[in-house]
Ligand binder design. Structure first.
Ligand code: SF4
Length: 218
């Protein structure tokens, strides 16, 4: 994992190398509408994008359905240069639990998350290969809580295995995260307060409980 690489500069170079008049295809894994908002605003200037909503990590199912609906609504409302298509991945939470088996109690940001990144990127890379996309990537690097170096490392490895190019990204750079918050407000997007899995939900609830305890004592 090389945290010294500036993936935004890598992306700049790649975008500059696109021949005039060409619009490469990109299969973009998305975790939620807010994270995809700036990503779409930015990348649809250069790519013909299909959103792949594949997130078996999300719990409970009601939350998954809510995030899918918001994703579709955003696609239908966001003005973009090149139209965006949508593919909904299968929701099989048992696949997520199998991928993170033994890592359940590792705090957010550690090995459990790396396995979760890999599962979603792997599905995206293989689908990109199957459907003949030029590139694949994910919205995940827009979050300050996600490890962009690890995401890019996994994507590069999968690119070598699948034979589809990965788009190097660190979408939080250049104010991407801030812009996603602005766009979320403009489109009144539902913004969840936990990452997605049942473990992150528990961590969040525990954090809130301790905060409340501290406030009650002071
Ligand atoms: S905290 Fe987020 S990235 Fe980590 S395992 Fe859970 S859903 Fe996946």
């Amino acid at each position: 994992m090389d945290s010294k690489i500036n993936y935004q500069l890598e992306l700049d170079k790649l975008i500059k190398s696109i021949p005039a008049g060409e619009t490469p295809t990109l299969l973009l894994h998305s975790c939620c509408a807010p994270c995809s908002s700036y990503t779409l605003e930015y990348l649809t200037q250069y790519f013909s994008i299909t959103i792949f909503y594949y997130n078996p990590n999300i719990s409970p199912e009601e939350e998954f359905r809510k995030r899918v609906a918001e994703q579709k609504r955003l696609i239908s409302q966001l003005p973009v240069k090149n139209p965006v298509s949508f593919i909904e991945g299968e929701y099989k939470p048992q696949d997520f639990y199998a991928a993170v088996k033994g890592l359940e109690n590792i705090p957010e940001g550690g090995e459990r998350c790396f396995a979760c990144y890999r599962q979603r990127l792997e599905k995206t890379a293989y689908l990109a290969k199957k459907l003949g996309f030029d590139y694949f990537t994910t919205t995940l690097s827009i979050s300050p809580y996600k490890n962009a170096a690890k995401l890019n490392e996994i994507a590069a490895e999968l690119s070598g295995i699948c034979g589809v190019k990965n788009l190097p990204c660190d979408l939080k750079k250049r104010g991407g995260y801030k812009r996603s918050i602005e766009l979320s407000a403009v489109y009144s997007l539902y913004r969840q307060d936990y990452c997605g899995c049942v473990f992150s939900k528990r961590e969040r609830e525990e954090h809130e409980r301790l905060k409340q305890q501290r406030e009650d004592r002071s």
